[in-house]
Every structure is written in structure tokens, then in C-alpha cells.
Write a protein that binds this ligand. Structure first.
Ligand SMILES: *Cc1c(COP(=O)(O)O)cnc(C)c1O
Length: 501
């Protein structure tokens, strides 16, 4: 199977090229030229496999330039019980007491307690194998600018993976104390973490400049190294997400929650549109999904887009209690547009040009029609997010994080509006302990403790739920990284960190 660029169909690359390169030269994203299709018989057969077995089958159909052995190695290294707490890295929990029944697909049992682990645990293995095929074994140097979650998940994924080095830059005052500690205590011989004096945009711009700095690239080349990217538009991050939608359906068949062929609705708390797009691919591969419910926080650019067909990023940016969804340009939407226009690369390129030139674009009637027939968009502000956490805890005895609460709230709006009671699978994207302050505020009445570690303990005491092991061990972990630099010192920090200055 080969891949095209969303902005130039003439560009055709292999899976390994798509993953090693990350993004196409003209700025387009790589999309599969066709999709494997599974019958309900095949899906039933998959429910007899474990998560890794399901992953191996689906990966093999997309990564046709990989050997089955390479795929097996990658999957077996990524989804271990040691890393995800059990043999099933993405289990489904059922909420069945209240008026709205929900199946919650818990994607946060990995080493950093957020769903990005599902992709970032396997990406390093796919990437090193892709580099071998395309750049004859050069060492991959991953640079990441992070506002918190992605940096830690990337560090955990790339830690001690042969043939890779990873450097993460974060804004010194722009991440939570918990996130800072998660990164500063990172283990691994091939990792480094640097705080920068600036905000997230400064970090991001600094990293982009280094990526294209000819002198630095030359130094890397002399040392048999090459820059590479782990960000969420990489096909190697999207593909692993397709697997867990099939896996959830299979588990629900096995557990008698669904009969073969039953439809489901999928509800996804959305930021960069990667997670929900993966469910769209799953539907086009044969998974019977009726509706995609796209949940946003107050940064509701996608809600408006789905309802009106106009994408308009010229609006106030809100900092919310679901920070991983604080985003105004959802990059992966470009892939959906490509598929909804049946691969009209010129149209997609022109909409993306309009977005960067004037901050908005409007899709044509045909695309708008397809969009509204399968997607529902809704949003939920901070106050209602906390109310939802509280209600779910008190009425259903289910403790959820702020992002998941946004999804649940929007799902409830959807049911109230449409009366559609199709079995709903809610993507739960983070452990409640990762956002302990907002969750504790929602479920307790007293005053909050001072620091974030005490809040974690208080949340556990109040709700009688265990603190996830990776967060519990942080308090006593050794701090390894304390370097802070100015934005213009970032190139030096990279060369120094790689010992090739
Ligand atoms: C990244 C993230 C999201 C958004 O996912 P997208 O694939 O970018 O839409 C939602 N919740 C959490 C906790 C995240 O870390």
C-alpha cells in the first residue's frame, strides 16, 4: 500500500517514507491510497485475538513494506503488560446505572497516563525501522516542543530505543508542576530535557528553526544523524489509533455488549483531530459506526465548522482545564477533507492556503453535506466540565478526567437533541490523576491542598481510587534535568546535548 500527499496526489511514497519523513515537502499530510476492508466475519475472528494480535493484523495491512516480523517486534515491544498495567492496553468500562448508558474506552493506562502513549509507545519502533529502509540506518534525532503531555509521552516512547536520540524543550513557566516533574525525572540514556525562557510558541518556533538550520543539519549529517519528528500529523501516530476502535468493538462482542453487526456511536474529546479521524478510518474499513461525535471545550472551532461548513480560526483563544484540547488549528482535519472530497488535492491545498492567508475557509455544499451526515459537533465550557465530573462521580461512581468529561457532556447533549440511543463508545483520554487539581475541585467540597502531589493524595483519599503507579513514584524520583536556556541558545543546547558541538 502506498501513500499520497493531501496537497499533491502525484506524490506517492511507501509507508516507511511517510513515517520517516513525517510531512510532505509541500506541507501536505500523507494518507493511504486505499483502505483494507474487513467483513463482520473477520471482525468476529479478531475478537478471538488479544490486543497485540489485532494490532499485528491491522498494521500488516497498512505497512506493506514492513515484514511481518518487523511488525510483530514493534507491537510486542510497545504494548506490554509491564507498560500498560495489563494484557489489554485499552480496556472498556461500562456505565450502566443511569439513564444514558456509556461504554468508556480507557486509553490512559500507559506509562504517562494519557492516550498519547497508545501511539508514542510504538512510533519509535516504526520510525527506526522506517529509517533503516529509507535512510540506511542513520540515527534519528527527535526534537519536540511541548506544552506538557506530548513531551513526556515522546520521552517515554523513545527512551533507550536503539538508533534514536530525543530532546524535549518546554516553556519554563508554561507547564504544570506535575508535568515539569514528569519530564525532569525522565530516565533513559538517549534523552534530554531543556526548559526555555519563553512560552510554548517560542519553543515551537525555536524547534522549527533548528529543523531547517543548514549548519546544524550539516553537523548532524557528518555524524550520521538525521532530524525526525514525532508530532501528531505523522502517519505512524495515526495508524496505532485505528487499532483500539476495532479492539473495543471486539471486546464488546466478546463480553456480550454487542451482537455482530450492531452499530455504535463514537464520542471523542478532540484537539488536533487525530483520535477522531482514526475512528473515521475504522468505519471506512468496515467497523459499523453510525455517528462521530466531536467534542470540544470552549475553543469550539470544530463545533462551528461541523455545523456551518466554515472553519474560522480568528477567535479568542481560551486556556481551559482540558488543556490538551486548547487548539485553534486542528491539523489532521486536512486528511478528512481529502477523503470527503474523494481525493481532490487541489481543493484541499486551496482551503489550506486560505486558512493560512486569511484565517478561514468554507467547504463546498457536497462536503458540508457529507460532514453533517456523519459528524455531530458540540462543546462544553469549564463549569459544565466540572459539573459533569461531579455528576459522573456521584451518580455513576465513575471518576473521569477533564477531557473525558467534555466528551461525556457533549454526548449527553447529543442524546437530548436527537434521542439516538445507539451504543456509545466514549474515548477516555487521560487519567483523572493527571489533572488532579480540577478533578479534586469538582468532587470535593473542602479547600484544596497547596501543591499538586498533596492534591493527588487528597484525590485518592476522597474517591478511594488508587494513584496510577507512574504518578505515585514521581514524588521520590531523582531529578536529572535542570537546564534552562534562552530561546537563541536552543541551537547550542541541541549540539551540546548530542555532543557534536
Ligand atoms: C492530545 C489529547 C487530546 C486531543 O486528541 P487529538 O487526537 O489531538 O484530537 C485529548 N485529550 C487528551 C488528554 C490529550 O492528551
Amino acid at each position: 500500500m502506498n501513500y499520497n500527499s493531501t496537497r499533491n496526489k502525484q506524490k506517492v511514497v511507501t509507508a516507511a517514507q511517510a513515517i520517516a519523513q513525517g510531512i510532505s515537502d509541500e506541507g501536505g499530510l500523507f494518507v493511504p491510497q486505499s483502505l483494507p476492508k474487513y467483513t463482520m466475519e473477520e471482525i468476529k475472528a479478531m475478537s478471538g485475538m488479544d490486543y497485540r494480535g489485532r494490532a499485528k493484523k491491522i498494521f500488516a495491512d497498512f505497512l506493506t513494506d514492513f515484514t511481518q516480523e518487523e511488525i510483530n517486534e514493534s507491537v510486542d515491544a510497545a504494548y506490554t503488560a509491564e507498560k500498560f498495567g495489563s494484557e489489554n492496553p485499552a480496556p472498556v468500562s461500562y456505565i450502566e446505572n443511569g439513564s444514558t448508558k456509556m461504554s468508556v474506552l480507557e486509553l490512559w493506562h500507559g506509562p504517562t497516563c494519557a492516550f498519547k502513549d497508545m501511539a508514542l509507545q510504538i512510533l519509535p519502533h516504526l520510525l527506526t525501522k522506517s529509517m533503516k529502509k529509507t535512510y540506511s540506518g542513520k540515527e534519528a534525532v527527535i526534537l519536540v516542543a511541548t506544552s506538557g503531555d506530548t513531551g513526556k509521552a515522546a520521552l517515554e516512547g523513545f527512551k533507550d530505543v536503539d538508533g534514536t536520540k530525543i530532546m524535549v524543550f518546554y516553556p519554563v513557566n508554561g507547564v504544570s508542576p506535575m508535568q515539569k516533574r514528569q519530564m525532569a525525572t525522565q530516565k533513559g540514556e538517549n534523552v534530554s530535557v531543556v526548559a526555555i525562557e519563553g512560552n510554548f510558541d517560542d519553543a515551537q518556533t525555536g524547534v522549527k528553526k533548528i529543523f531547517t538550520n543548514a549548519e546544524i543539519k550539516g553537523k548532524l549529517s557528518e555524524n550520521n544523524m538525521l532530524f525526525s519528528s514525532a508530532n501528531s500529523i505523522n502517519w505512524g501516530r495515526l495508524l496505532p489509533q485505528v487499532v483500539y476502535y476495532f479492539s473495543a468493538y471486539c471486546d464488546m462482542l466478546k463480553e456480550g455488549k454487542l451482537q455482530p453487526g450492531d452499530e455504535i456511536n463514537v464520542v471523542v474529546p478532540t484537539g488536533n483531530f487525530g483520535n477522531i479521524l482514526a475512528s473515521f478510518y475504522a468505519m471506512n474499513m468496515g467497523l459499523p459506526i453510525r455517528k462521530f461525535i466531536c467534542a470540544s471545550n470552549s475553543n469550539n472551532v470544530l463545533t462551528d465548522f461541523i455545523r456551518t461548513g466554515t472553519y474560522d480560526k480568528k477567535r479568542t483563544f481560551y486556556t481551559t482545564i482540558s488543556p490538551s484540547m486548547d487548539i485553534l488549528v486542528s491539523s489532521n482535519l486536512e486528511r478528512l477533507l481529502y477523503h470527503l472530497t474523494d481525493g481532490d488535492d487541489q481543493k484541499v491545498a486551496s482551503w489550506m492556503e486560505q486558512l493560512s492567508a486569511s484565517g478561514e475557509y468554507t467547504v463546498d455544499a457536497a462536503v458540508k453535506e457529507k460532514l453533517t451526515s456523519c459528524f455531530y459537533g458540540g462543546f462544553c465550557d469549564d463549569e459544565n466540565t466540572q459539573k459533569t465530573i461531579r455528576d459522573m462521580y456521584l451518580n455513576e461512581n465513575y471518576l473521569c478526567d477533564t477531557h473525558t468529561a467534555v466528551a461525556i457532556n457533549v454526548y449527553q447533549q447529543y442524546v437530548a437533541e436527537t434521542g439516538d440511543n445507539t451504543t456509545a463508545v466514549i474515548a477516555s483520554t487521560a487519567s483523572p490523576y493527571k489533572f488532579a487539581k480540577s478533578v479534586l475541585e469538582a468532587v470535593s467540597n473542602g479547600t484544596l491542598p497547596e501543591d499538586e502531589f498533596s492534591m493527588v493524595d487528597a484525590l485518592s483519599a476522597t474517591t478511594k481510587t488508587p494513584v496510577p503507579a507512574p504518578l505515585a513514584s514521581l514524588k521520590d524520583a531523582e531529578v536529572r534535568f535542570t537546564q534552562t536556556c534562552k530561546v537563541d541558545e536552543m541551537p547550542g543546547a541541541v549540539l551540546g546535548g548530542l555532543s557534536i558541538g
